[in-house]
Each structure stands twice: as structure tokens, then as C-alpha cells.
Design a protein around this ligand. Structure first.
Ligand code: BG6
Length: 472
């Protein structure tokens, strides 16, 4: 986002959980990039309870950047000189007294809670009592709750100290260039809007496939499963950007209002339209129960009850250990009413395909006449591809936006709660209905065979391909 906001920028960046995994993998590389690209020069204060000192934190920062990005000696030296470290128990007032001291003359710090949500209450109260919350902003990470009730409780915890406009909830998908482009592409062009509705669109499919398992995060994953991990947040956000109406103005709240209307129009999932799967071998992962019922795959049908979308199924599929890592949206248009030239195959309709990762492209699926005497055709994809090598990472973009008080890529409290209402039947259950256990699937397959039942038989699932192999 361009920082067009009139909000004053934060004048110190504090991050709790400074010795943790997120800081190592994402926060330090993002901070180095912000120093290099934007000249970030505010104090950066890491807080943790690990018995470390600032030297050790600098080493950790260097290691994280070397492993997950590229070290830039000059930018890293500047980042190192901005770094401070406070070691202390989050339950101890002394920790926050030290923080207050380290903040010095800063008037508008931003506090990033890169810590488990169970600690949010302790930390925000500690900040408030020590006078560190006044004029401050707070950034929190997903998972934002594990169901509607816990999300509401977390919101209440944060709001006891920070007003909603000072709370920045990160969903890193919203920081991805390709995800932002969905919104831009829809509303910066005129040709889509007339057809972007139930009259022309047959169905929408979103697949988020990963060709790896839980990567040692078994105990985390046991608490979430695919629906909480990526459907409630990343993929419903993608649906919102694809399906919302145009915002009525440029301001952040206009965008958020339309997204909220869309979330509220999503019908809560019907467990009979959801298939859960679990890859074989998941139960042998460290931290995973031997009889775990947690899904590593989900395929579902979502309905949006608006005049624009009534009757158009939104199919969502996400899973670990699938054949490929790729996230793709396929918007399938209705077939021509009569096949004048050749039989119209169900798979040969027009479509738009948005590749969101790892490559970024937008394609239009068309039919074109084959060279020759006969009026027969073939499918041709018109593809626009982008090279994103110099783009900002989602964390660089989102942390920069939060520091500048630019909220449009962050999720508001009411939208988070509305998204939990949509998945509630799958995460909180439905009285009288027993959830089917997840069906097993072999790693490297597209989930369990039962997933085929979720989509209309004539369509089938569209499996993202390695980009080079995709038809062009
Ligand atoms: C995270 C999930 O939010 O998103 C992970 O917790 C998932 O399970 C990841 O792998 C995917 O994000 P990206 O940007 O790497 O595709």
C-alpha cells in the first residue's frame, strides 16, 4: 500500500516473542528489507524471556536473514544499531518498566505480539500498567481465536487496552501482491463487472495445495487443522476479494464495509458439503495424537446468499502433502447455450484463472478455431504473467503499513468474527450431527477420493499444474 494516510507513523517498534520462530523466519528479514528500502530508523526493541542479550539477538537476526533471505551488509549494520533487547517474564511488571525505559522519548510505539494468544491478556495489561500503551498500536498474528467465542474473548482482551483502530490483525495472505491484485483487477477494469455474477459465472474454485506435510509443527497443527489454519482466514479472505461489491469510496472503512457485507452473506458451512482428509503418516508426526481426528485436507462448498451469487457454488480445497505447492482460483463461466461449431465439452468453458502462488498470473480460457478447413476449435489460454522478484514480501508490506497506521490490509474485529460464524459448524459442531472422521489419503494425492463429491460431477476439481506444464 502507498502510505497516503494522515495517521502519524509509529516511532518505536516493539516485538514480543523476539527469540521465537516467527521473528527468525519472517520478522528479521522484513525489518532488514524495511531498513534498506524505506530507511526505517526507529528503535526496534525485542522482548522475550530467554536469558539472551542484544548481541545474541543480533546473531539470531543475522542467521534468520541468511537462512530466509539475503544478508545486505550495510542494511544489516543499520538494523543492528537500531536493535535493543529486553529479557523478562511477561507476568513481571519489571519487564514492562524496562520497556518503558527503553522506549525513551517515543510517543507512539507499535507492539507486535508474536506470541501465543494465551499470553495476549498478560502482555496488553502489562503494557497498559507501565504506560507503554498510550498512543500505541498493537499487531497480532493469526490464529485469531479457535472459534467464534474465543475470537470474541480475544477481541475483548485487546479492546480493554487498545481501541479497534489501533489493532492490526495480520493475515499474511492479504499482504501478497497477487491477492491484492484480485481486488485491483476486478475494480480497475470495466469488462469484468457485467459478467461477474450468477448470470455468467457457473462456479468458482479455489485450491491451496502444499506438497509438504506439517514440517515438525505437529503439536501446533493438532490444535488447528486445515479449516482453522487456512480456510477461516486466508481462503475466505480470497473469496471476499473475489465476490465483494465495489467499495463506495477509497477509504479503508469503505473497503472493510463491503468485505464485511460479503462475509455476512456467506452461509455457514453445511457439514454434508465438506469432506475432510488426513494424509497417512500424519499420526506418526511428533506432537500428533495416535488417533488424531484433525484434518490435513478439506474440500468444501460455500454458498453466498446475495443477488449477485445465489446459486453459484464456491468450491474451496486446501491440503498438506498434495501433489504440488500452488494456490489457484478458477472462475468458470457458463457454457454457450448451443454448440454451433463443435460439441461444447463441460471442461471447455471460458474461464478466468488466477494463479496466486508460487507464480503469479492471470489467464483467460478461450476457444479458438484450429487451422484447417473444419470449423473445429481448441482451448487457448491468454496468459499475463508477472515476475515478482523485487516485490515486497507480505511481512515487509504489512509491518510497514501497520507502522504507518494504514489499515486496509488488516482484518477488522467484526470480519474475523463473521468468518468464524461461517466455519462454526465444522469447528464447533452442529447439535445432533456427528462429524465424519477425516478420510485417509496417500501423500502426493489430491486428498481422499470422497472430495470429488463436493463439486458437481460434470465439472470435477481443477488441479493446478506446474506452471510450465499449464496450457498456454
Ligand atoms: C500459514 C499456515 O498461515 O500459511 C501454514 O499456518 C501454511 O500452514 C502457510 O503453510 C502458507 O502460506 P504461504 O504464504 O507460504 O503460501
Amino acid at each position: 500500500m502507498v502510505h497516503a494516510t494522515a495517521n502519524p507513523a509509529s516511532d518505536a517498534f516493539v516485538f514480543f516473542g523476539a527469540t521465537g520462530d516467527l521473528a527468525w523466519k519472517k520478522i528479521f528479514p522484513a525489518l532488514q528489507a524495511m531498513v534498506r528500502r524505506d530507511g526505517l530508523d526507529i528503535p526496534i526493541i525485542g522482548v522475550a524471556h530467554a536469558g539472551w542479550d542484544v548481541e545474541r539477538l543480533r546473531e539470531r537476526a543475522r542467521d534468520g536473514i541468511e537462512k530466509h533471505d539475503t544478508l545486505d551488509a550495510d542494511a544489516f549494520a543499520r538494523l543492528s544499531s537500531l536493535l535493543h533487547y529486553i529479557d523478562g517474564d511477561y507476568a513481571e511488571p519489571a519487564t514492562f518498566a524496562s520497556l518503558r525505559q527503553a522506549l525513551g522519548a517515543a510517543q507512539r510505539p507499535i507492539h507486535y505480539l508474536a506470541i501465543p494468544p494465551s499470553l495476549f491478556g498478560t502482555v496488553v495489561q502489562g503494557l497498559a500498567k507501565a504506560g507503554c500503551a498510550h498512543g500505541a498500536r498493537v499487531i497480532v498474528e493469526k490464529p485469531f481465536g479457535r472459534d467464534l467465542a474465543s475470537a470474541q474473548a480475544l477481541n475483548a482482551t485487546l479492546h480493554a487496552v487498545f481501541p479497534e483502530e489501533s489493532v492490526f490483525r495480520i493475515d499474511h495472505y492479504l499482504g501478497k501482491e497477487a491477492v491484492q491484485n484480485l481486488l485491483y483487477f476486478r475494480f480497475a477494469n470495466t469488462f469484468l463487472e457485467p459478467i461477474w455474477n450468477r448470470n455468467f459465472i457457473d462456479s468458482v474454485q479455489i485450491t491451496m495445495a502444499e506438497n509438504f506435510g506439517v514440517q515438525g509443527r505437529g503439536s501446533f497443527y493438532e490444535e488447528v487443522g486445515a479449516i482453522r489454519d487456512v480456510v477461516q482466514n486466508h481462503l475466505l479472505q480470497v473469496v471476499a476479494l473475489l465476490a465483494m461489491d465495489a467499495p463506495t469510496g477509497r477509504d479503508v472503512e469503505a473497503l472493510r464495509a463491503e468485505k464485511l457485507r460479503l462475509f455476512r452473506a456467506m452461509r455457514p458451512l453445511d457439514p454434508r458439503e465438506v469432506v475432510r482428509g488426513q494424509f497417512t503418516g500424519y499420526r506418526d508426526e511428533p506432537g500428533v495424537a495416535r488417533d488424531s481426528q484433525v484434518e490435513t485436507f478439506a474440500a468444501l462448498r460455500l454458498h453466498i446468499d446475495t443477488w449477485r451469487w445465489a446459486g453459484v457454488p464456491f468450491y474451496i480445497r486446501a491440503g498438506k502433502n498434495l501433489p504440488i505447492s500452488a494456490t489457484e482460483v478458477l472462475v468458470d463461466l457458463k457454457r454457450p447455450p448451443i454448440g454451433i461449431f463443435d460439441e461444447i465439452d463441460a471442461r471447455d468453458s471460458n474461464y478466468f484463472r488466477f494463479r496466486l502462488s508460487p507464480e503469479v498470473s492471470i489467464s483467460a480460457g478461450t476457444r479458438v478455431k484450429k487451422v484447417g478447413e473444419d470449423m473445429v476449435g481448441e482451448r487457448v489460454e491468454l496468459v499475463a504473467r508477472r515476475q515478482l522478484s523485487r516485490e515486497k514480501s507480505p511481512y515487509e508490506r504489512l509491518l510497514g503499513d501497520a507502522i504507518h497506521g494504514e489499515a486496509s490490509l488488516f482484518t477488522r474485529d467484526d470480519a474475523v468474527e463473521a468468518a468464524w460464524r461461517v466455519v462454526a459448524p465444522m469447528v464447533s459442531g452442529v447439535p445432533g450431527l456427528h462429524l465424519e472422521p477425516p478420510s485417509p489419503y496417500a501423500p502426493g494425492q489430491w486428498g481422499p477420493a470422497a472430495a470429488a463429491k463436493v463439486v458437481a460431477a460434470r465439472e470435477g476439481w481443477h488441479d493446478p499444474q506446474a506452471e510450465d506444464a499449464a496450457p498456454c
